[in-house]
Design a protein around this ligand. Structure first.
Ligand SMILES: [Ca+2]
Ligand SMILES: [Ca+2]
Length: 86
């Protein structure tokens, strides 16, 4: 896909992070899973911001962040130099 230029190593590491945040293992990050993700990366999000973030990154509007959508979010976090590891 064209929304990122991550290396294979980065993608592998992001996939591991994704799997960590996808606690119920359904291959997508829900709002509550996103909440713990944002807490870990140090974002002080309120519930309102969670839904705004969901709307911003959930580009196919299925109320879940899949891995491709997650990469867009990660790309933003990386650019802001915030940590992504749990
Ligand atoms: Ca999930
Ligand atoms: Ca989605």
């Amino acid at each position: 896909m064209s929304t990122n230029n991550f290396t294979q190593e980065e993608l592998t590491s992001f996939k591991e992070s994704f799997d960590t945040f996808d606690k119920n293992g359904d291959g997508a990050i829900s709002a509550s899973e996103l909440k713990s993700l944002l807490r870990i990366v140090g974002e002080k999000f309120h519930a309102k911001h969670i839904s705004e973030t969901m709307q911003l990154y959930d580009t196919n509007k299925d109320n879940q962040i899949d891995f491709e959508e997650f990469l867009v979010l990660v790309n933003k976090i990386v650019k802001n130099k915030a940590p992504i590891s749990p």
